[in-house]
Write a protein that binds this ligand. Structure first.
Ligand code: GLU
Length: 454
């Protein structure tokens, strides 16, 4: 049986076992095909059934969350925690609160997290959790009660050496605080069970900034290798959460010009460059819609999602040199990347998890003059810094912003080098999808072999 037939069989079995979870299948498809050259070279992975094992979560919990809204009515939601793989460290990965969350979404995220965490070189396994709850428009008290209900179940499955959650879409400093408070109340333990904590109670400096900063460090490495740099580049960014905001902030430091940001209502285009101060005020303090930006900066333009062409993400219409999707999964379609490319875009770096569809990735890889930084490698700075938070908690110490940022920078350089060198090793120099997937996978797979058939 050829490697492709072997992978096809695994994917067929996976589809049967996970009906309706196309998004999970998408994430696995991308990884498994890129592993073919490794599987061909190293028969041990097939012999020990690593692909069959690594695609099934070690453990998954589905639970009910009931909380009381401000009118006194019961509200019911689904919660999950997918503990995907613990071969190289305790389960680690964020919690997402968004109406689009279901078990398939969390399995795709948990699966990606295994290899991303492996790339960071910090000892962390892969996990993800969340709920089909929409924090948008909820009062602080509703958010608090929801977080408490969520943790009332989750606490029995986590511990600082077992599983360490963090934030993701819809879960920021406020939600982490409420969940940690409830964890402490239920367990009578104050430990590093969750990352992204407040700076006064165990959080790490630079954790909020880490994913965006890390993304820019990675991109600069990638462009440098191609004899290029971020200097003077017009960059389009989607999203306006912490990943987008701190990508924009860091891009300025490298001499680039970030010109767009977006949320679920539309995008803004500011040809003078996005004003980070305004963006932070709107999104971090006021939790306002992005359209408010143009009231404070009238020269900028707001385009509503209702004006997007069918099947398109309008933010990618803006001509740019480089694109940074930092919003959510499958936000760059084939039609989008074709428009970006035709308008002169020559690199794309993924801040969100799996923002590019499979055909978009194939398009990018087939253009010889295009550089593509895949999420697993490029956005690993967030979880890497969660790892640094765990180290500080374990040592009961606190590092300066400069120290954490310097370590983050070092980790991103290392992830780039490892991914690049691995792509070279397997005869497809510069294909960072192949390089990062193989590098991330190899370490996990070898640990699984060492630890026997469990
Ligand atoms: N949610 C982030 C990610 O996708 C961070 C997870 C963490 O810090 O554990 O990697």
């Amino acid at each position: 049986m050829s490697q492709t037939q072997y992978v096809n069989t695994i994917l067929e079995n996976l589809k049967f076992a996970n009906p309706g979870q196309d998004i999970f299948i998408q994430a696995v498809t991308e990884v498994l095909y890129s592993l073919e050259p490794l599987i061909a070279r190293e028969p041990k992975y097939k012999k020990h059934a690593i692909l069959e094992r690594v695609t099934i979560p070690e453990r998954a919990f589905h639970f009910r969350i009931t909380h009381i809204d401000d009118e006194g009515n019961p509200r019911v939601h689904n919660g999950w925690r997918i503990q995907f793989n613990s071969a190289i460290g305790p389960y680690k990965g964020g919690i997402r609160f968004h109406p689009s969350v279901n078990v398939g979404v969390l399995k795709f995220l948990g699966f990606e997290q295994i290899f991303k965490n492996s790339l960071t070189s910090v000892a962390m396994g892969g996990a993800k959790g969340g709920a089909d709850f929409d924090p948008k428009g909820k009062s602080d008290n509703e958010i608090m009660r929801f977080c408490q209900s969520f943790m009332s179940e989750l606490f029995r499955h986590i511990a600082h050496t077992t599983d360490v959650p963090a934030g993701d879409i819809g879960v920021g400093a406020r939600e982490i605080g409420y969940m940690f408070g409830q964890y402490k109340k239920l367990t009578n333990r104050f430990d590093g069970v969750i990352t992204g904590k407040g700076l006064g109670w165990g959080g790490s400096l630079a954790r909020t900034e880490a994913t965006g900063y890390g993304l820019v460090y990675f991109t600069q490495n990638m462009l440098k290798k191609a004899g290029n740099s971020l200097e003077g580049k017009k960059c389009s960014i989607s999203g306006s959460g912490n990943v987008a905001i701190y990508t924009i902030e860091k891009l300025y430091e490298f001499g680039a010009l970030p010109i767009t940001a977006s949320d679920s209502s539309g995008y803004i285009y500011d040809e003078q460059g996005i004003d980070v101060k305004i963006l932070k005020e709107l999104k971090e303090v006021k939790r306002a819609r992005i359209s408010e930006y143009v009231k404070l900066k009238p020269s900028a333009k707001f385009v509503s999602i209702n004006e997007y062409a069918p099947g398109r993400n309008g933010v990618w219409d803006v001509p740019c040199d480089g694109a940074f999707p930092c919003a959510t999964q499958n936000e760059v379609h084939l039609a989008d990347i074709k428009v970006l490319y035709a308008n002169g875009c020559r690199f794309l770096a993924e801040g969100a998890n799996m923002p590019s569809t499979l055909d978009t990735i194939n398009f990018m890889l087939s253009q010889k003059d295009f550089c593509f930084a895949p999420a697993k490698a490029a956005n690993a700075g967030g979880v890497a810094t969660s790892g640094l938070e765990m180290m500080q908690n374990a040592a009961m110490s606190k590092w300066s912003f400069e120290e954490v940022d310097a370590r983050l920078h070092g980790i991103m350089n290392h992830i780039f080098e490892t991914s690049y060198e691995t792509s070279k090793e397997f005869g497809d120099t510069g294909n960072l999808v192949l390089g990062s997937n193989i590098a991330g996978f190899r370490k996990v797979a070898d640990a699984m072999i060492d630890q026997g058939y469990v």
